[in-house]
Design a protein. Structure first.
Length: 362
């Protein structure tokens, strides 16, 4: 399946859409000045809250983050200056979730300068490949810190992986020096820009880039083709508006109802106008639910839905049908750069999923 990136620049603000076979997979608007996941701050510990085993850390600009003691090697002291990384962006009334276990992500590997050990991405299921990559990580791991081998490392030359690790180590040394010369609290390292993150997370699957401002793109590995109105050409804004509604129609005539609560997101699958064929109710419901699973996977990414997700599919009686829907869901989620786990169906026939929270939902 071909993927392309569409970019529009308006008044210095960049909007980016990721398309796959005319389907909108991802949309973001770059806005500065916000606390975001992956940013690194020189924070100042403020209040210790023993009841929840956490500290509140001042980040600067009136922002305060939440740092659980479980994310620290040692419990911080009030007033202590420390490097912290944003693990989850602020959402609603919730403060940004912080960690002291800094990680620096590259295309092939993630360098963890403050924790040791080697690991391989869980997206790599092949046992032999996992073992080979673990051995590669063991050979290339620096004397200090640890490594996590990413999916893209599977087909990369070892020399390229080693060069990236060296660059990540140099980046860590530079940000430590930067932090040493500044007063707390304050931002030490900003987040990688949205386009670079998208290129990194799509593992080289992007076919081309269409943009109304090709001169604004630098250091992009793909040539950017000029296009006056790329969003209009692919109907991006109309697709986005429909995808963010509470009621989202499926191509077959069924529809989804998406409801967010404080604790979870609940998605209800309805048959709507879909009547299926002549092969019986079970086959009809299976067809509907499989299409719904693919659309739900798309919406989870597009709307940045994280945490617990409960899906109420149209009832199916056969265990084989439920297994087929579960397999369809896992396949549809395999391209999502955010970790998502399908826990399967409950005794009440509801599918449970958990998706890592990194951004505020739309």
């Amino acid at each position: 399946m071909s993927k392309l990136i569409l970019i529009e620049e308006k008044s210095g603000q960049r909007e980016i859409a990721l398309m796959e076979d005319n389907r909108l997979l991802s949309f973001c608007r770059e806005e500065g000045g916000h606390v975001e996941a992956e940013q690194i701050y020189l924070g100042a510990a403020d209040r210790m809250v023993r009841g929840v085993e956490a500290a509140f850390v001042r980040l600067g600009g009136g922002q305060t983050g939440f740092l659980p003691f479980s994310e620290c090697r040692e419990k911080p002291r009030s007033g202590e200056k420390m490097l912290v990384q944003v693990k989850k962006s602020p959402a609603g009334d919730k403060a940004p979730y912080l960690t002291r276990d800094i990680s620096l992500a590259g295309r092939y590997a993630v360098y963890t300068p403050l924790s040791s050990g080697c690991a391989v991405s869980k997206r790599i299921a092949d046992g032999a490949l996992r073992e080979r990559l673990w051995e590669t990580a063991r050979r290339l791991r620096p004397p200090e810190g640890g490594l996590v081998m990413r999916l893209e490392s599977a087909g990369a030359p070892e020399a390229d992986i080693a060069a990236e690790i060296a660059a990540l180590r140099a980046k860590w040394a530079a940000l430590q020096a930067r932090a040493a010369g500044m007063a707390a609290p304050g931002l030490v390292e900003g987040r990688m820009d949205a386009l670079s993150r998208l290129m990194r997370d799509e593992h080289g699957a992007i076919e081309k880039i269409l943009t109304d401002s090709p001169e604004a793109l630098t250091d992009v590995p793909l040539p950017a083709e000029a296009c006056d109105h790329p969003f209009a050409l692919f109907g991006v804004r109309a697709k986005l508006e429909k995808s963010l509604q509470r009621k989202v129609w499926l191509d077959c005539g069924g529809y989804l109802v998406v409801d967010r609560t404080e604790a979870m997101t609940v998605i209800d699958v309805n048959s709507g106008k879909f009547v299926g064929g002549k092969s019986g109710a079970e086959s009809t419901f299976l067809q509907l639910n499989r299409e719904a699973a693919k659309e739900i996977a798309r919406l989870l990414r597009l709307r940045n839905i994280g945490g617990i997700v409960i899906v109420d599919f149209v009832d199916m009686q056969a265990e084989e049908s439920r297994a087929a829907v579960t397999e369809e869901m896992e396949r549809a989620l395999s391209g999502d750069p955010v970790k998502t786990v399908v826990h399967g169906f409950t005794a009440l026939g509801l599918m449970e999923l958990t998706r890592k929270k990194t951004e505020e939902s739309q």
